[in-house]
Design a protein around this ligand. Structure first.
Ligand code: OGA
Ligand code: MN
Length: 208
């Protein structure tokens, strides 16, 4: 399947279910340079402890979130910008065509969760700002076993209540969901857990 067809199918899943899960969205040989680059940054100390909130209300809260991140975008030197142009730009355009989301730009970070770290249940929009419309996560972990843990746990609407859906962070799996609709958490893993996590944003999202 070519990338445009794959992205239209993802947009259709999001329209129907509010989320899409695609194991094997990115081939192993395309992932290797991304993972190697992330590991080099990690070993050089280029990742920073992630906090919660933004601006003045930023806090380091290891009891809520224990990962390390480095922000990237289309101008970041190395393989990520090429990856974004090749995979995420078609995804953005397909979602705008099929879902009329008005996605305008991307913000994202590579992420390392050391063993035992987690990110408690949350939604991806900040209080007072609705720029983030679509959350997109790509996992970079080769040979992830069920026993390694580290699932992304999504809480999906189900009638009056909700149901849980767990996704293993196996290399090449892509998860996309509407940022304001789906609470989710990262469960602790036995291994280092690597991902590229980001958001497609609209231009205008500030609330009065
Ligand atoms: C996040 C997040 C999920 C994951 O960074 O906001 O929810 O599976 N990440 O890494
Ligand atoms: Mn999140």
């Amino acid at each position: 399947m070519d990338i445009d067809t794959a992205c239209v199918a993802i947009a259709a899943d999001i329209a129907t279910h509010g989320h899409a899960i695609r194991p094997g969205f990115v081939a192993r040989e395309e992932l290797a340079p991304l993972r190697d680059h992330l590991m080099a940054w990690w070993e050089e100390g280029e990742l920073r402890r992630a906090g919660i909130g933004r601006g003045e209300s930023w806090q380091l809260r290891e009891d809520i979130r224990g990962d390390y991140v480095r922000w990237i975008d289309f101008s970041t030197p190395g393989p990520f910008s090429e990856f974004l142009a090749g995979y995420y730009e078609p995804l953005r355009l397909a979602c705008n065509r099929e879902l009329l989301l008005g996605l305008y730009e991307y913000e994202g970070h590579v992420t390392v969760y050391p063993p035992g770290r987690f990110y408690r249940r949350h939604v991806d929009q900040f209080r007072g700002a609705q720029h983030r419309k679509l959350s997109v996560i790509l996992y970079l972990n080769d040979d992830w076993a069920k026993d390694d843990g580290g699932e992304l746990r999504m809480y999906l609407p189900d009638g009056e209540g909700e149901r849980v859906l767990d996704v293993l962070p196996e290399a090449g799996t892509l998860v996309a969901f509407l940022s304001h609709e789906i609470p989710h958490e990262v469960l602790p893993a036995k291994r280092e857990r690597l991902s590229l996590t980001g958001w497609f944003r609209t231009r205008d999202g500030l609330l009065p």
